[in-house]
Design a protein around this ligand. Structure first.
Ligand SMILES: NC(=O)c1ccc[n+]([C@@H]2O[C@H](COP(=O)([O-])OP(=O)(O)OC[C@H]3O[C@@H](n4cnc5c(N)ncnc54)[C@H](O)[C@@H]3O)[C@@H](O)[C@H]2O)c1
Ligand SMILES: N[C@H](CO)Cc1c[nH]c[nH+]1
Ligand SMILES: [Zn+2]
Length: 430
């Protein structure tokens, strides 16, 4: 991890840059995949799966027997852990349900807003380097709570053409039945355009690598909605002397192990922890099974120190981390100064991996600075909100003249007439 002490505050560009595949190459490669799936459907999916996942797939859909076998093969302790996590995720997301609130903006003018589920949604479950069955809970639970009619799940097969048993168990737990063995940009294309086997959907959810994330962004050009760009994982730890160097190192490594293009940042308000954290990172890295991956991610990572706490806040808001851990003496006060972050973990006993799996919050979060403008997945992400209004005769008599004035001034006589014709009718019938 490269160290920056009191970096100049005029331009954060270099310090907030994430490791990325060259944009032109990435976009070209992903557009090629999208076009192939659009043109050749299932045939392209099979060819691309052979090319990228090195396996030949016959039936793209996971059978009921495969789901049953997977469920049987899983240990009771893991099943129980998944159920506990699902319960917490269910509780947190169910609490996001809102009552319909009717507002009388003027006497006789009533407006309200009602959430309705998005009929058809697609959920992408990453599986390239690790089978993220926790993501099935993060997306399946709110889709189920929202009442989406059709949920399509895509995830890459392993080298023997199978889907990880825990992914299948979690899917049946949250009621997802349409599961397909396809990953990467080709899975996003399948859910966006539909193929002979895979139904198209209206909105695509889920994290993934840079290919998956770019594919999601590109299909929005064709009218498909997405949750947000949720690419390579990242964490920023903000610590002071009260933090434990072993905890900090473990938190940094927990996200560094996701992928070589992950990035972890340590922000310190003094330099006293630099050496002890370095020692701990080396120590813990030496026994980490995914050491090679984490080492590459650490090479893209940074320690940034600031004498001035306000500069630290400004940097963190400019970086807009996916995850922010605040391991300082008064974490809540510091958290209040943060406007750009996906999810925040407070104090020394809130490791980020708790949120990855089981506290209840959603782990599908904006990366690469998108936390400036996007929120993580929530129940609302699976709904759309329709607004309604109903006017009584008296309501139209009060508000109609206002709209007549405004429509006339916008030179939209047709708009004015839709009001006038009714006001005339009321007058004539009195
Ligand atoms: N932001 C979030 O909320 C969040 C949550 C969980 C995971 N993640 C991230 O998701 C990512 C998962 O990535 P992954 O790779 O393990 O799994 P993945 O499922 O996202 O991608 C695997 C697929 O990528 C495709 N692919 C691989 N190399 C390719 C190439 N050269 N050209 C075209 N396509 C290619 C293959 O089709 C493969 O099936 C990680 O970066 C992780 O950090 C993010
Ligand atoms: N940290 C990831 C979100 O960036 C989520 C995850 C799933 N499993 C482990 N971690
Ligand atoms: Zn994680």
């Amino acid at each position: 991890m490269k160290i920056f002490n009191n970096p100049p505050t005029t331009d954060w560009t270099e310090l907030t840059t994430r490791p990325q595949i060259a944009l032109e190459f990435l976009e070209g490669a992903v557009r090629n995949v999208l076009n192939r799936v659009k043109k050749s459907g299932d045939e392209a999916l099979r060819e691309l799966t052979l090319q990228f996942d090195k396996v030949s797939i016959g039936d793209l859909r996971v059978s009921a027997q495969e789901i049953e076998d997977a469920t049987m093969s899983l240990s009771p302790t893991l099943k129980n852990a998944i159920e506990v996590a699902a319960g917490n995720i269910q509780k947190f997301h169910a609490a996001q349900q809102r009552d319909v609130l009717k507002v009388e903006t003027m006497p006789g003018v009533t407006c309200w807003r009602k959430g309705v589920p998005i009929d058809k949604v697609g959920i992408y479950i990453p599986g390239g380097s690790a089978p993220l069955f926790s993501t099935v809970l993060m997306l399946g639970v709110p889709a189920n709570l929202a009442g989406c009619k059709e949920v399509v799940l895509c995830t890459p097969p392993d080298k023997s053409g199978k889907i990880n048993a825990a992914i299948l168990f979690a899917a049946q737990l949250v009621g997802v039945k349409k599961i397909y063995k396809v990953g990467g940009a080709q899975a996003i294309a399948a859910m966006a355009y539909g193929t002979e086997t895979i139904p198209n959907v209206y909105k695509i959810f889920g994290p993934g690598n840079q290919y998956v994330t770019k594919a999601k962004q590109l299909v929005t050009e064709e009218g498909v909605a997405i949750d947000m760009p949720a690419g390579p994982s990242e964490v920023l730890v903000w610590a002071d002397k009260s933090a434990n160097p072993a905890f900090i190192a473990a938190d940094l490594l927990s996200q560094a192990e996701h992928g070589e293009d992950s990035q972890v940042i340590l922000v310190l308000n003094d330099t006293s922890l630099v050496d002890s954290v370095k020692v701990e990172v080396e120590k813990q890295l030496s026994t980490l099974p995914r050491k090679a991956i984490a080492e590459k991610a650490l090479a893209n990572s940074r320690v940034v120190t600031f004498d001035d706490i306000n500069q630290a806040t400004a940097f963190i808001n400019a970086y807009a981390p996916e995850h922010l851990i605040i391991s300082t003496e008064n974490p809540i006060a510091l958290a209040d100064t943060i406007t750009n972050a996906g999810s925040v973990f407070l104090g020394n006993y809130s490791p980020e991996s708790i949120g990855d799996y089981a506290s209840g919050t959603n782990h599908t979060l904006p990366t690469n600075g998108f936390a400036k403008s996007f929120a993580g997945v929530s129940l609302e992400s699976f709904m759309k909100y329709i607004t309604y209004q109903e006017l009584s005769k008296e309501g139209l008599q009060s508000l109609g003249p206002v709209v007549e004035q405004m429509a006339e001034a916008e030179q939209l006589v047709g708009h004015r007439r839709a009001v006038t014709v009714r006001l005339d009718n009321i007058r004539n019938s009195q």
